[in-house]
Design a protein around this ligand. Sequence first.
Ligand code: COA
Length: 259
Amino acid sequence: MAYETITLERRGKVALLTINRPDKLNALSSKVHIEGVAALDELRKDDGVRVVIITGSGEKAFIAGADISEFEDKTPITQRNSFTERSLFNSIDTFPKPVIAMVNGFCLGGGNELAMACDIRMASENAKFSQPEINLGIMCGGGGTQRLPRLVGEGRAMEMALTGNMIDAVTAERFGLVNHVYPADQLETETMKLAENIAEKAPIALQLSKEAVKFASRSNLDEGLRREVDLFAICFSTEDKKEGVSAFLEKRKPEFKGR
Ligand code: COA
């Protein structure tokens, strides 16, 4: 499928989904949401793709938030309907393969919410993070009030949501908002390295691990532990479990097939 606001590139087992509106700092328009969901649908069905990286085009921004120019005409109902189960945030959250955010500049509002819906966040030293919605007289609406406190704790999330102030990449790493920070010219190489490493693992075990880890902040400990036991048991039904165990015993590298 041809897209206008995003580009899709496959590099071996890794797909690179780039939000491509550099003149608008990759702001999330409705079209980006629609095309992003369609691209993820395409990648979901593509067995050759094991890991997805999401980034923004240009050197200035990852995503500078929701497209503010669309806010003027939005009614409460059209706004509410745009955050359904099929929103880009939810599509990333429930995507059955690992998704890595490669944050290469401004990561604001819906951009930060999109990054938080991803499984791992890698940032360049010049990345800047904020939830600036409060400055527009509104509040976080794409998961910011829920995912941010789970990642950084209530006090830090509250400060970001109530002030709209930007934090730099080093602070974001200290907060636990991003996993790693690299000089801008190394970000892509390091992110690809991580993605390729994960892409060699067993796809079903990756999917179930993602589901189990995400469940941790959405359940109590007993429910989470029970869910983990069930998901762990499912791994024992896969060919990849046989392959992983045999490869270890035979002292060779496993070749996982996603079955
Ligand atoms: N929605 C729509 N357009 C946006 C945008 C957004 N969230 N963020 C940036 N843009 C557009 C600007 O309007 C400008 O377009 P123009 O050249 O047609 O006027 C272009 O992107 C470049 O942005 P500009 O503001 O000129 O760059 P800057 O370097 O001076 O400032 C920011 C960068 C990120 C500080 C500033 O763009 C900004 O504050 N953006 C809004 C962030 C925000 O509030 N996001 C949350 C939305 S809920």
